[in-house]
Write a protein that binds this ligand. Structure first.
Ligand code: ATP
Ligand code: MG
Length: 585
């Protein structure tokens, strides 16, 4: 079975179980400053898991493109990637635990024809705060999974919640496939012999509400949230135990073999890192948000991915530029499902080549400098910072070099403090923010969210009628709004925009939420982020007769709640894209 067939089978199966199929959202989350990238299929669905009604009903399924920066260190093994596709199905207050497990089991054994003997599961073991998940274990036993193939594991493994936040949470059950030698022994399960098992699917049971003080109370709307990795599942279905040898990676690996003249068998780790990192880079560049390599936020992650791949390319003897060739083969695998890759091909090629050229100017010299520093068998945070500043080595590359050459890394924290001195910390620090999460929904962010709609409209009224939103990011302190426009806004234009928004606020207009079909919304002149593909009914916010936008919210009830709007910055983010930062006083 290949990738396309698995995805098709999954979505068809859940369609037959009355799930509406929703499209893959952008890799760059909208209005969620807590994460840089979409890390799971549930991420774009957060408002609906929190109780908002989804226009397509209570049962949903999707295939979602995901990026996990938290897994970058694992890349190099057979099953962890920076970019991967996640299949998922959701119940929003509809079916719950027993049914979810039965449906997962039916799909695995009947549709994918996986032998029961090759499966094992884990369930939550229980602790002081929440009880052991006997319901989940019972459901598996009833389906014929033997007791010795059910591992009871602690919160670290089998619990989902949002760090430090209140909100929905609960236990989960993970499904594993045997990747050891021969057949699984009686005593082997994901608790006793972790390495013999590869996790392919996770069913999360959102059944509790975490309240102030860290206590758990039963949740009103109980949800199911599941995630299944495409690459891993394809590998095990083909009995390969290596994602890189499936159709999700093989054309890329072959290309690397041709370019380098080396064999995958001999240069496995470097080739995996190159394939993984440049695939992720291609998807980030190909996203409609037009992220380019930079020293901040998503742009810095992108830069690190490309640079680390280039370093490994050099490691396996590649002399000429190769990143663009790899990007081509990534686009070849995925563009029929993600047309944005083809559409943005020019941008991808140009930016990836630019970054490769830039890094190659300093890579050689930087490596020599590292060798020199490493003579003492020690490298310090301050030296690592010098490598960053003078030769563009991200900390991760220096760390990796140190590990490879058995050089001790001392006073790593000095890197951070040097960095801070150079006032970059706030930008890079955002990458380390909570990795799984929800955007904060507070009074401040809600007000800024409504102000964003007013700004969007004001720009069209005052500056240019063709302006469209290209991105938005809101923290409790400020809003950030990206839009297409090819010139710097003059001070006069900015003043006019500010005045326009403030006059809209003063009109004390009501903010109304409606549900309608996309074509109805478009007929009403609704603004929509062009990066999203909409199906069925959507949620639309109308501010008086001033603004109409397709949007999931949340918003204030009346513009008079906003106070005074003030623009604090206007700048370029990419060719043809401007950014405004603004606050409410
Ligand atoms: P693992 O423990 O193997 O890192 P996880 O517990 O982090 O997995 P989940 O967050 O439950 O995984 O994600 C759901 C599914 O997505 C997993 O069962 C797996 O199939 C897939 N998945 C998760 N992380 C990755 C990754 N980095 N690369 C490829 N697939 C992944
Ligand atoms: Mg993980």
């Amino acid at each position: 079975m290949d990738r396309k067939e698995l995805i098709q089978k999954y979505l068809e199966f859940f369609k037959s179980k009355k799930h509406a199929i929703i499209p893959s959202a952008s890799l760059i989350p909208e209005n969620d400053p807590s994460v840089l990238f979409t890390t799971a299929g549930m991420h774009p669905l957060v408002p609906f898991l929190m109780g908002q009604k989804h226009p397509l009903g209570k049962r949903l399924a999707s295939v979602q493109k995901c990026i996990r920066t938290s897994d970058i260190d694992e890349v190099g093994d057979a099953f962890h990637h920076t970019f991967f596709e996640m299949l998922g199905n959701w119940s929003l207050g509809d079916y719950f635990k027993k049914e979810a497990i039965e449906v997962s089991f039916e799909f695995l054994t009947k549709f994918l024809k996986i032998k029961k003997e090759m499966l094992a599961v884990s369930v939550f073991a229980g602790d002081k705060t929440a009880e052991k998940d006997d319901d989940a274990a019972g459901a598996w036993l009833a389906l014929g999974i033997p007791g010795d193939k059910i591992a009871y594991l602690p919160k670290k493994n089998n619990w989902w919640e949002l760090a430090g936040q209140t909100g929905p949470c609960g236990p989960d059950t993970e499904m594993f496939y045997f990747v050891g030698k021969g057949k699984p022994n009686k005593e082997s399960n994901p608790g006793t012999k972790e390495n013999e098992w590869c996790e392919i699917w996770n069913d999360v049971f959102m059944q509790y509400q975490k309240i102030e003080g860290g206590k758990f109370v039963p949740l009103q709307q109980k949800n199911i949230d599941t995630g299944m990795g495409v690459e891993r599942t394809i590998a095990i279905l083909n009995g390969i135990n290596d994602d890189y040898l499936t159709d999700t990676f093989l054309p890329i690996i072959k290309k690397i073999e041709t370019i380098s003249g080396k064999k995958y068998k001999e240069s496995t780790k470097s080739m995996r890192i190159i394939a993984d990192h440049l695939k992720a880079a291609t998807f980030i560049l190909g996203d409609e948000k037009h992220i380019a390599p930079s020293n901040v936020e998503q742009g810095y992650v992108l830069r690190k991915l490309i640079r680390r791949a280039i370093r490994h390319g050099k490691e396996i003897g590649i002399e000429k530029n190769f990143a663009k060739e790899i990007a081509k083969s990534v686009i070849g695998i995925y563009s029929s499902d993600y047309p944005e890759l083809k559409k943005n091909e020019g941008f991808i090629f140009e930016e990836i080549e630019k970054e490769e050229n830039k890094f190659k100017e300093t890579l050689e010299k930087g490596l020599r400098k590292f060798e020199e520093m490493a003579k003492s068998k020690k490298i310090s945070g301050t030296e690592a910072f010098l490598l960053y500043q003078s030769f563009g080595f991200p900390l991760e590359i220096t760390e990796e070099l140190a590990k490879e050459k058995n050089v001790e890394f001392v006073k790593k924290s000095d890197f951070e403090s040097e960095f801070k001195k150079h006032q970059e910390i706030s930008k890079v620090g955002s990458e380390k923010k909570f990795k799984g999460g929800l955007g904060e929904v507070t009074e401040e962010t809600t007000r800024l969210h409504t102000a964003t709609h007013l700004l969007n409209e004001a720009l069209r009224k005052v500056v240019n009628k063709d302006i469209k939103q290209r991105g938005s990011n809101i923290t409790p302190e400020r809003l950030r709004f990206d839009f297409n426009y090819d010139k710097k806004l003059t001070d006069e234009q900015l003043k006019k925009v500010e005045a326009e928004v403030n006059s809209a606020i003063k009109k004390a207009m009501p903010v109304e939420r409606m549900e309608m079909t996309v074509s109805e919304a478009v007929k009403q002149g609704a603004q929509a982020m062009f990066t999203e593909k909409y199906t069925g009914e959507v949620s639309v916010y109308k501010i008086g007769n001033y603004s109409v936008e397709i949007c999931a919210g949340p918003h204030v009830a009346n513009t008079k709640e906003l106070g005074k709007f003030k623009i604090i910055k206007e700048e370029a983010v990419a060719a043809g894209i401007r950014r405004i930062k603004a606050v409410l006083e």
